[in-house]
Design a protein around this ligand. Structure first.
Ligand code: NI
Length: 218
């Protein structure tokens, strides 16, 4: 069996898998620099828009940024890297059909102040193994700085499964990553993540890939 076949087998059983690095180091560095500039527009330049998702905190401090939505529409030269064929080819291996990218976002946890992400499923309107998210990890991540966690096999549960009960029954499995790793998860997976009380960033570019025959709500 090839490595990819093993990964696909794990993905089908668990609903997620770390596929390791996909891009060369210099490409990861460019993506990372691009992400840092986008974040800087919010933190340093005071840029605000509907695509910069954030929440207010008590006191005089600025809001906490947690997502740059519609990443492909932002003004940054590295956006073309998101259309590299390596990513779509990897996603196609998991979904088992040709794929198109259906969402791009920069998901981030600011050092020292980011809260956790409540447990959820991204979509339940599609069956298992039809739509996946590729997370290009721009920073090393572990439970300490709020890496992704999921319940293995939960992508196979019925659409109306109780997310909180599934989380509480577990097992909750953390998916630690190195810089440059790509994590693939089924959009039906029950997943969440903890806060980031560390001094380290946790930044991830998430791209959703779907079979083009599917009609997805945005
Ligand atoms: Ni999610």
């Amino acid at each position: 069996m090839t490595d990819v076949q093993e990964l696909v087998q794990d993905f089908r059983r668990d609903g997620f898998v770390c596929a390791g690095p996909v891009f060369a180091d210099d490409t990861v560095r460019r993506l990372k620099a691009g992400a840092a500039r986008l974040i800087d527009r919010f933190i340093t330049d005071g840029h605000r828009s509907d695509d910069y998702w954030n929440y207010e905190v008590e006191g005089p401090e600025r809001p906490v940024l947690y997502r740059v939505h519609n990443l492909e529409k932002q003004d940054w030269p590295e956006a073309e890297l998101l259309h590299r064929p390596e990513l779509a080819e990897l996603a196609a291996a998991f979904v088992g059909s040709p794929v198109v990218p259906t969402a791009f976002a920069l998901v981030l946890k600011e050092p020292d102040r980011a809260g956790g992400v409540p447990w959820h499923r991204d979509r339940t309107t599609v069956g298992p193994h039809k739509v996946c998210n590729l997370s290009i990890c721009l920073d090393e991540a572990s439970p300490e700085n709020g890496c992704l966690e999921g319940v293995p096999g939960s992508h196979l549960l019925p659409d109306d499964a109780d997310v909180t009960a599934v989380r509480d029954n577990g097992p909750k499995v953390a998916i630690p990553v190195s810089e440059g790793d790509v994590v693939v998860h089924d959009v039906r997976l029950v997943h969440g993540s903890g806060p980031n009380p560390t001094a380290r960033w946790r930044r991830t570019i998430v791209i959703e890939f779907a079979d083009p025959a599917l009609k997805l709500d945005s």
